[in-house]
Design a protein around this ligand. Structure first.
Ligand code: SF4
Ligand code: ZN
Ligand code: ZN
Length: 309
């Protein structure tokens, strides 16, 4: 197996592109695609500060390294953010890995502890009657936006891959969630109180981030969140991988046909207007934002438990 670029020994075979590459040329190919995605959707502009959300897994660690290598060309400044969700036996490890990556690259960073806001994801899993991953997703979105703004960042960049993007797309389609379908995009511009959100890996299959991280010898964690078994996204990803295995390139085809042909025709659903949360002042589609509601519910539970003992 020979690299198509240099004829050296290939270590990667990309079925979707019918391409074989050596390590060096795969790394170049990967970073060029990140750059192309950033440019295609107008995600970043020179002079901006980009908050890169790193969870310590292969995707966000690869994103951090690729953006770090592209930062001069893009003219942007990076700041790292990692959220300690307070998940026993999991958070300690990934926070440590994220910090190690920030320090290795000399990227300034902030570790945000959910416990400082009065609860953890373990509390939510135990006491809230809601799927823990949906609470966790809302908590991460809320904190990333708030912290990015505090850090003076113009954009939050997350490590969501092509597989993540398509998995959300399929779930929204199955639920008939037109509002989500209308705004599920690789890049969302800033809105009142909301920092812009970019997914520079939206055109990168998840399997490629693993290859990139391994070739570069990046430190990432493979430990799974103890609640991951409850995440339906894993089933959607497995279904997508089965399709891709039998029909190489189908993931890219889904992305393009959705963004180019379907989304422009999906009318924005009853798009809730953004207000300000009466408790914390952050943007919210309801009077009190979800984050403050979780917080209040868990605080109420603490009080009730305290009174009962
Ligand atoms: Fe949060 Fe669920 Fe992911 Fe765990 S698996 S980090 S609970 S979204
Ligand atoms: Zn080569
Ligand atoms: Zn609030």
């Amino acid at each position: 197996m020979r690299c198509r670029v240099c004829g050296g020994e290939a270590v990667v075979r990309l079925e979707y592109a019918n391409l074989r590459l050596c390590g060096k040329h795969f790394v170049e190919f990967f970073e060029r695609r990140v750059l192309r995605t950033v440019e295609r959707y107008g995600m970043l502009r020179g002079g901006q500060r980009v908050a890169v959300a790193v969870s310590g897994g292969k995707d966000s660690v690869s994103l951090l390294h690729a953006l770090w290598k592209l930062r001069e060309r893009l003219g942007v400044e990076l700041v790292g953010v990692t959220i300690d969700l307070g998940i026993r036996g999991y958070s300690e490890e990934y926070v440590g890995v994220a910090v190690e990556n920030f320090e290795r690259l000399g990227v300034p960073y902030r570790v945000v502890r959910l416990a400082d806001y009065g609860f953890t994801i373990d509390d939510a899993a135990e006491r809230l009657r809601r799927p823990v991953c949906s609470v966790c997703g809302a908590v991460k979105r809320y904190l990333l936006n708030r912290v990015a703004r505090e850090l003076g960042a113009n954009v939050v960049a997350t490590g969501h891959t092509l597989d993540d993007f398509l998995s959300v797309l399929l779930q929204a389609y199955i639920r008939g969630d037109l509002e989500l379908l209308s705004k599920h995009k690789p890049y969302l511009p800033p809105a009142d109180g909301l920092v812009a959100r970019a997914k520079p890996l939206a055109e990168t299959p998840e399997s490629d981030t693993l290859t990139y991280a391994r070739i570069l010898g990046l430190r990432f964690t493979e430990r799974k969140c103890p609640y991951a078994g409850k995440a339906v996204s894993a089933d959607y990803k497995a279904a997508l991988n089965l399709l891709e295995e039998r029909h190489p390139g189908i993931k890219f085809q889904m992305l393009r046909s959705f963004l180019d042909r379907v989304q422009p025709r999906v009318a924005a659903g009853a798009g809730a207007e953004l207000k300000r949360c009466e408790v914390c002042g952050e943007p919210s589609s309801s009077r009190v934002c979800q984050f403050c509601r979780f917080r209040a519910q868990l605080a109420g539970e603490h009080l009730r438990l305290a009174r009962a003992t």
